[in-house]
Design a protein around this ligand. Structure first.
Ligand code: SF4
Length: 336
């Protein structure tokens, strides 16, 4: 069961580029880019990369090819539905809470904590039918974190200033091939879940995840957040949005063998985060190179499940039937 109380979905919103140059760059980009590709008028096309497409390539290059180049869809899983429902509520919350925030601050200042909390929570709508995938518990945990912040900040610099923020950037990527170097224009595209003020003139980028949390995930989260920061830097947003921190929240972090529900905040100027720009640019270069070489080899991954069982990325993939890693050798079958 899907429930979206927002007036528009992200898909309805269109490109929303903030300059005509970025809009043009977006329209001249495609995920299915090949070297030398042009549009119907003979203008050169560029490769489009989003955080999801870059992650998809890192997960399995062949799955990326099926998704983004052949334009095939993965079957929708329960995890996807739950994630979509929770994101829809969080997006709605930050829009709707503006109408009650000042009153909630007054109630808190008057010592009426329970009423203040109830008022803030009242902006979360109930779906017409009960959720089926545990969304209520995830939303409750997430709300509790926002309420705790509200009490600590007393409501000031508490609310999101950006909510599902559309961002674009155009960059030139320098790729080393065996016999030459190539400069490849790339369009970066994404939506930033939420942006908060840091209270000191800077901003915090926040990512919401509804999967499991383990401390090992911090590395991949920094890389995801760096992708956003790169978009903001290269899309000339940093003048208005200097990013000083990034953060992630996993309100269902205990699921599937995860450690616990967790959220973390990091200063972007520390040594701990300094590797992220180079890693992300290297990942972008690998993806561009794969397009140039048309090289998207299947890369199945295995790991231990919560009960010690072996799980593989292929078990969650809709493309096994077309995947070369699973192609059967007909002669072998006959012999058997
Ligand atoms: S079946 Fe496995 S190797 Fe093949 S595309 Fe899917 S995840 Fe990759």
């Amino acid at each position: 069961m899907k429930f979206n109380p927002n007036e528009e979905t992200l898909m309805d919103r269109g490109p929303e580029a903030h300059t005509p140059e970025l809009l043009e760059s977006y329209h001249s980009s495609t995920y299915a880019w090949q070297p030398g590709m042009t549009d119907d008028d003979g203008n050169p096309m560029k490769l489009r990369i989003s955080k999801s497409s870059l992650n998809g390539f890192g997960w399995c290059p062949y799955q990326y090819k099926a998704n983004y180049i052949y334009n095939l869809s993965q079957e929708e899983t329960e995890d996807m539905v739950r994630g979509t429902n929770v994101h829809a509520i969080v997006e709605h919350f930050w829009d709707a809470v503006k109408d009650v925030k000042d009153e909630a601050i007054e109630l808190l200042e008057a010592g009426k904590e329970r009423q203040s909390r109830r008022l803030l929570k009242s902006v979360i709508p109930k779906p017409p039918m009960p959720y089926l995938l545990g969304e209520d518990e995830v939303i409750d945990t997430w709300f509790e974190w926002q309420w705790n912040r509200f009490k600590v900040t007393e409501g000031y610099n508490w609310a999101a200033v950006g909510n599902e923020v559309s961002a674009h950037a155009s960059i030139d990527v320098d790729v080393d091939l065996e016999l030459e170097q190539m400069i490849v224009p790339v369009h970066l595209r994404g939506f930033i879940d939420t942006i908060f003020p840091d209270g000191d003139g800077g901003f915090v980028l926040m990512e919401l995840k509804t999967g499991k949390w383990t401390p090992k995930k911090a590395k991949s989260m920094r890389e995801e957040m760096q992708f956003y920061r790169l978009m903001l830097e290269e899309g000339n947003y940093m003048r208005y949005l200097p990013v000083t921190h990034w953060a992630w929240e996993f309100p269902r972090g205990w699921a599937n063998g995860g450690t616990k529900a967790e959220w973390e905040l990091e200063d972007t100027s520390t040594r701990k985060t300094s590797y992220a720009p180079r890693t992300v640019m290297n990942n972008i270069k690998k993806l561009v190179k794969a397009h140039i070489m048309d090289s998207f080899e299947p890369a199945p991954k295995t790991w231990r499940g919560p009960d010690g069982e072996t799980l593989t990325s292929c078990q969650m993939c809709s493309f096994m039937e077309i995947c070369p890693a699973w192609a059967t050798d007909e002669h072998e079958e006959e012999e058997v």
